[in-house]
Design a protein around this ligand. Sequence first.
Ligand SMILES: Nc1ncnc2c1ncn2[C@@H]1O[C@H](COP(=O)(O)OP(=O)(O)O)[C@@H](O)[C@H]1O
Ligand SMILES: [Mg+2]
Length: 271
Amino acid sequence: MINPRPADSLDKGAGASAPAVYRVRNLRKTFARHSVTALENTSFDLPRGSFTAVIGASGCGKSTLLKIMAGLVSPSEGSVMLAGKPVLGTRSDIGMMFQHAVLLPWKTTIENILMPIEIQRGKSAAKAKRADAEALMDLVGLKGFEDAYPSGGMQQRASICRMLITEPEILLLDEPFSALDELVREHMNMELQRICLARQATAFLITHSIPEAVLLSDTIFVMGSRPGRILEEVKIDLPRPRTLDMMLEPRFAELVAYIRNRLDLGVNHGN
Ligand SMILES: Nc1ncnc2c1ncn2[C@@H]1O[C@H](COP(=O)(O)OP(=O)(O)O)[C@@H](O)[C@H]1O
Ligand SMILES: [Mg+2]
């Protein structure tokens, strides 16, 4: 762990002294069919309002970990508690976002985005949220496509809007921005931070982008492969709110270089 926060900044750090929302204990996951140990010896707490990113080579078990946290996959051993209860099945307080978006092709783009609101709170609530949906669409470059049916290139951006519209308290994000171009991606990063701060949301983001992880996180989990496990938890001591300008600061570059180095070690150990 490098440069831990000084003790007097703990209270200001997002969720640093808050109670844990997630308690993950001794997870192990083996896929019997291929006798692969996807995850081993994995334990951590996520304080309320904290932002954690996970970075690691392909196949090291990141998505498996996230699916276990979502209650979509059961672990071979260990437990996941969310707000004091075991996670089971899907819950409406968890917003999830995967790399490949699934939208309803017979609904327009904005109808898809408003769908979770309509399901949770009804048609008139969805109507009332239309302006918010339009603002999100503008942000991801979908302005003007409200009433179009979602086509290939629009799906990912629309599904990001669909997740953010509910402003969920828990965000489990599996490489949601990897298909976006850099400028849109940076806007989405800032929007994600805004929503997390406004809602005191707890976020868990899998990403392949080290700068994205450093920009957004309080803590970065560096994962190693075979078996998948957390090699190191790196605290990011940049002040909040983060701004895109911070990416130009020497401290930012230092943190990026540090993580890159840790990741190389992880890959080498895994081979
Ligand atoms: N449903 C499954 N059945 C068998 N093996 C799986 C399954 N899901 C994942 N794996 C294996 O578990 C390991 C971790 O996969 P995954 O969690 O998807 O990694 P990552 O998201 O880090 O790329 C890989 O070796 C993968 O092949
Ligand atoms: Mg994955």
